[in-house]
Design a protein around this ligand. Structure first.
Ligand code: NDP
Length: 240
């Protein structure tokens, strides 16, 4: 019986690469989406065509009730043993201009979304005595970034949550880590950074590829990473 992996935001750039990698590694992947069901289904179809196992699940991670309902159904079919909390948004503004809505929305998806999804998945995972929780955060939480006080606060809180949860589940065969990417070539970053800005900001003079993040996540999701927990692992072309 293959292990089941849930990847939130699996319809996005980094999420899709993670879904493909985990499926290629033999996991059954549940591709989570919010609005982009067509894209998520196309991804599932391509994984299945390549011999993998994939399904799509849609819900809004900011909606506690909708998340609980969707996950209840999913968990009735068996535990999730690999959880990648990857859904995230940014909504940038310099702090004096940052609206309350922008603050709330970004915290809601990254941080409250982490809470809603992880809490539902955790007890069944604990019962199996094996699990991997991987939170996708950001270099912005480590170095700060102008215009991203809300985003770096949300991701920084995830770093702290990663460390505390890792301690709570360390003796249950479950690891909890954060992967903090720098600039990765997806739609999200295309809207945020011009090419010459990337060359200035990144010592390696290029954006990372979603597949590079997915390879790291694949390792953290595997048996081989059993002794790595409570860590914030950067992948950023030497930005720090
Ligand atoms: P995308 O914008 O491509 O994907 C974001 C994903 O989050 C989508 O699948 C989207 O779902 C999902 N999502 C957004 N809001 C909600 C919600 N309310 N409920 C459920 N799902 C939601 O982003 P990336 O792939 O670039 O980023 C993925 C992660 O990596 C994010 O957490 C981001 O902060 C982080 N990151 C990205 C970097 C980059 O340079 N790209 C750098 C550092 C970190 P849907 O589209 O289906 O609605």
């Amino acid at each position: 019986m293959p292990k089941r992996a849930l990847i939130t935001g699996g319809s996005g750039g980094i999420g899709a690469a993670i879904c493909k990698k985990l499926a290629a590694d033999g996991l059954q992947v549940i591709i989570h989406t919010h609005r982009n069901q067509v894209k998520a289904q196309a991804l599932a179809d391509s994984i299945i065509a390549a011999g993998g196992d994939a399904a799509v699940l849609a819900f809004d991670v900011t909606d506690a009730q909708a998340t609980a309902l969707a996950l209840q159904d999913l968990l009735e079919a068996g535990p999730i043993q690999v959880l990648v909390n990857n859904a995230g948004i940014h909504d940038d503004a310099v702090f004096p201009a940052l609206g309350a809505r922008q603050w709330q929305d970004v915290i809601d998806v990254s941080l409250n979304g982490f809470f809603h999804v992880t809490q539902a998945v955790l007890m069944p995972m604990i019962r199996t005595r094996w699990g991997r929780i991987i939170n996708i955060t950001s270099v912005a939480a480590l170095t700060g970034n102008r215009g991203q006080v809300n985003y770096s606060a949300a991701k920084g809180a995830l770093h702290a949550a990663t460390k505390s949860l890792a301690l709570e589940v360390a003796n249950r065969g479950i690891t909890v880590n954060a992967v903090a990417p720098g600039i990765i070539a997806t739609e999200m970053s295309a809207n945020a950074f011009a090419t010459d800005a990337i060359a200035q900001m990144v010592p390696m003079k290029r954006a990372g590829r979603p597949e590079e993040v997915a390879d790291l996540v694949g390792f953290l999701a595997s048996e081989k990473s059993a002794y790595i927990s409570g860590q914030i692992i950067s992948i950023n072309g030497a930005m720090t």
